[in-house]
Design a protein around this ligand. Sequence first.
Ligand SMILES: Cc1cc2nc3c(=O)[nH]c(=O)nc-3n(C[C@H](O)[C@H](O)[C@H](O)COP(=O)(O)OP(=O)(O)OC[C@H]3O[C@@H](n4cnc5c(N)ncnc54)[C@H](O)[C@@H]3O)c2cc1C
Length: 310
Amino acid sequence: MYAGSKAFFYALSRSAALKRLASKYGMATSGSFARRFIAGETIEEAITCARKLQGEGLLLTLDYLGESVRTLEEAMAATREYVRLMDVIVAAGIERNISLKLTQLGVDVDRATCVDNLRRILDPGARHGFFVRIDMENSPYTEVTLEIFETLWQQEYRNVGVALQAYLRRTEQDVRRMNELGARVRLVKGAYKEPASAAYQHKAEVDESFLRLARLLLDAGTYPAFGTHDMDLIAQIRAHALGRQIANDRFEFQMLYGIRRDLQHSLVAGGCRMRVYVPFGRQWFPYFMRRLGERPANLGFVLRALIRDR
Ligand SMILES: Cc1cc2nc3c(=O)[nH]c(=O)nc-3n(C[C@H](O)[C@H](O)[C@H](O)COP(=O)(O)OP(=O)(O)OC[C@H]3O[C@@H](n4cnc5c(N)ncnc54)[C@H](O)[C@@H]3O)c2cc1C
């Protein structure tokens, strides 16, 4: 079921007809179904949402949605949009933290241009005190993502970190590789459909891997982030930190916008650092479908909203 529902929703996410239908209804009104997970289609909507979250004591990272671009022009446009986003964030006075994907910056088109694009974001980012997180995409991109990250690290960029996925069999090695650099890692379970040769297929195996890797990261003391809504894992991570006398401000939890808001607030109330990943933009369909794949029960609210809105 765990891998099966991801595969089903992955197949649906490639349907052009479904994408057209979703694009028409998903964000059309303030109550439309995609708004549960997406902050809006414009930067301005994202800022309004981010301000509200920040006012509630939550930390933020903003993600301008987009992935798998096919031309250098699209990659440049996404890069310019990120630079504009940073300007707007500075002007709005909200927290300076963004997340991005390398396929959005053109890694499929030309690797060197992708690195240049990333620098075009990191340079003004460093001047304005931004932290930039590179999301991790599906396994064909794991190695290239880490290599690009290491290239930038060697060039003394320090306002950047990477995400690693606990479901991949290779990740323990990658955690050790990042720990050796002293780099900041966001650990997540992993959101893509992966073959059994690359990734654990059962929830229990993924959870076991997550906890083992979380402990390695905590012990390395590199200010790790744990991107999960899994209450049991969060409790075990907190217990490990307590046992090792690792203070609450030496790591953070992260959750996705619209998911487990109750838990987000209870962690803040319990003295934890809690960052919300706030996605926005017109290219929300693949992101949205990954959220459905993680929890097929979400399909119920989509269908109800569709029937209501049509
Ligand atoms: C901040 C952040 C950044 C991320 N970045 C990446 C990345 O770079 N690369 C990547 O591959 N993945 C990324 N992910 C997604 C991640 O890999 C998982 O797919 C996602 O977090 C669901 O797994 P989980 O850890 O919450 O555990 P699960 O075992 O899937 O879920 C635990 C509980 O969380 C709740 N929950 C989880 N998902 C949903 C949902 N969609 N709708 C409603 N409730 C839900 C449910 O209560 C569920 O019982 C990120 C996740 C977060 C929180």
